[in-house]
Design a protein. Sequence first.
Length: 235
Amino acid sequence: MLLSRFLNNGFRVWKMTDSKQGIGMTSLRVRERLVQRLRETGIRDERVLAQIAAVPRHWFVDEALATRAYEDTALPIGYEQTVSQPWIVARMSEALLSEAEIGKVLELGTGSGYQTAVLAGLFQEVYSIERIRPLHERAQRTLRQLGLRNLRLRYGDGLEGWPEAAPFAAILITAAVHHIPLVLQEQLMLGGRLIAPRISERGQELIQIVREDSTQFKETSLGPVLFVRSRKGVE
Ligand code: SAH
């Protein structure tokens, strides 16, 4: 069903004609190998695995790195930023989905747009904000070429959230923060969850926050991670 949503969104087109960056039809097989690897390393949610199988990650990196796009590793996307490792993209998507409604999701840090594309197959609507203009513009082009329509991208500081589109069933921060701004937590619907890498003295930890009622937020740690750091304002 989720895969067919992607196909309806236009993914069928690239499946048949994908010669971009010289990877061609083989990318499907390489993606399946990546999915197998994610299964072996603890990713269980079939909806998420179907998205990893469907989204052509090599579209989101520079041509010179395309052959490495299906390794389970973070890759540079310019401007000192990286596209996250597939395992972490899958893990965060899984955490956002469990129990959450599949309504609207807000992503802070569009970067390459890869995680955005994965979310677009899992949620009804995706809102994503990026503070570096050339990355925002490139992600917009790539996501448009993929024919994804259930998403909106914005150039700006994501730490302020997207109040006009709130409340969200889920919020994902894809750059490390010292504090999770309350203004973002307050854009969650009741029962909604926020996932963010938070910086502490011991390093970074992936934090999950569930909004239990209008003033109660329950926090749990999902373990150590390593992300590029978030920055205020825009570039
Ligand atoms: N989800 C991305 C990961 C990109 S890395 C992907 O799949 O490619 C994190 C991104 O967060 C970077 O592009 C960085 O510019 C952006 N970022 C950092 N601080 C931000 C902020 N305050 N608002 C919006 N984007 C931010």
